[in-house]
Design a protein. Structure first.
Length: 163
């Protein structure tokens, strides 16, 4: 004969909850994500710095060109402005392409070199003899100076650097 127990639930223990999962150490996926993010930030920063260093001479040249153009606009000396444009183009080309042939280029060869390093509508060949002979002429038209300014600005902004 079985004797029934008073309350069978009395013999059960209370429910014990497990401890919360800690936040440290993170799972392997979080370590991989953190490493990838840090590497991406490092490479991105390095790429931005390289780009800025590569474009620094062009920024300075454009600032110089702007100051030369403002002086030309106030004084109207197109001869001096065109000479400065030629000098500025030569300086940027020497900085970016080295001395291995840039310094000795003159006339048609210089114009071909400038046009070969940039794409677009503003071509120095389109300016014709006004670009090649303007620094040595006694008098130049202000329209030639305007065209040379546009072509010089376009070349400084858009020339390809082989590095």
């Amino acid at each position: 004969m079985n004797i029934p127990a008073a309350d069978p639930l009395q013999n059960l223990r209370d429910i014990h909850l497990t401890t919360d999962i800690g936040w440290w150490p993170p799972a392997i996926g979080w370590w991989i994500l953190a490493t990838a993010t840090i590497l991406l930030l490092c490479f991105g920063t390095a790429a931005i710095l390289r780009y800025q260093q590569r474009k620094a001479p062009a920024r300075v040249a454009l600032q110089l060109l702007h100051s030369y153009y403002e002086e030309f606009a106030s004084e109207g000396d197109s001869q001096l402005f065109i000479q400065r444009c030629h000098e500025l183009l030569r300086r940027v080309a020497l900085k970016n392409y080295g001395n291995e042939g840039v310094a000795s280029l003159t006339g048609e060869e210089w114009t071909q070199f400038l046009d070969a390093k940039v794409t677009g509508d503003n071509s120095f060949a389109d300016l014709g003899d006004s670009f090649q002979h303007a620094p040595y002429a006694t008098q130049t038209a202000s329209t030639d100076a305007e065209a040379i300014h546009g072509a010089t600005q376009h070349w400084i902004k858009r020339h390809r650097i082989n590095q």
